[in-house]
Write a new protein. Sequence first.
Length: 394
Amino acid sequence: MASAPPSGSAPPSEGAAGFRQRLAEYETLLEIGVELAGTLDRQRVLELALQHAERLCRAETGSIWELDEERGELFFRVVRGQVAGRIRDLRVPLGTGIVGAVAVSGEPALVTDAERDPRWRGDAASEFHTRSVLAVPLVARGRVIGVLQLLNALDREAFDADDLRRLRLFAGPLAHALENARLHEAEKRQFIDTVTALAEAVEKRDPYTGGHIRRVVCYSLLLGRELGLERSELERLWVGAALHDIGKIAIPDAILRKESPLDDEERSTMERHALEGAEIVARVRSLRPLVPVVRNHHERIDGNGYPDHLAGEAIPLAARIVAVADTYDAMTSDRPYRRGLDPGVAAAEIIGQAGRQHAPEVVAAFARLYERGELTLAAGEELLASLSGHPDTD
């Protein structure tokens, strides 16, 4: 006669089922960890992580908070749900609220009734009601770098100990993936800043074009975003636009600083800056993909540009974008021998050159931005800040 299982223990069938469930969870977590580790795009890591976390613990919504050590605050790095747009800029001082307490203590929080928890500070949006909270610290290199928070367990009253266990296991690979992406982003930003500083140093040789590079970068990025470029493409466009005039370092001061219009021979010499710039950029392996932008930003859609007389789509898209941004800034900037045009006049001239000097699709994007009043240096600077990962704008 078979003996009964010891009192308080699970029957063998239940134990096997539980083991299989636990094994499936670990396999899922491993797969998620591999997926997160496979990208250095921080925004991609964040979005994937939050989707997986909500699915893993069956949560209504969630958010990932990052620690701003300098200001002693947590801010939303990514947030999902129906009120995400309204609360995206919310900041929480360390020690305040449930996420603030988790960040300070480094301990997770499992809250089954939010309104009864003394740390709860209420919902930021009146149309959303928080019932239960699950929050775990994100720890990398021995320090808390943020908090992963889930709200409202689906199909049940609250999160439980199993949800907490799963989320704590999930937080480990997420924190390291985020830290790796952050370090990669910092290195990339340092590289872009160095390249931009070099280009702006070259620009200082010409006293009449101060700020030209910054403006061309801003206008180019606005056009690129309007055309639907991805973040990585915008970052490449940023560097290409910053370097578009780097070849002017090889142009004699007598031509570069001339206070009157150039004659034909001088203009021919000035036009060599596109070739000189391409040669300079080609010497740096990491910059070689940007050679076409530097070389071809003075090409025309009708084939009458320089130096290669490319036409239509043979001109790289980034070069077509920089061409419009460069032309608009040149037309609206003062020179010793002429006043800059009114922006409206310059915009009408550019729109009129669609299909001749400029690419129709880029001009269409330019026209939309201009009509909405968004083709401004301020709007470009805001976009630059978001690409730089500034906490207030990302």
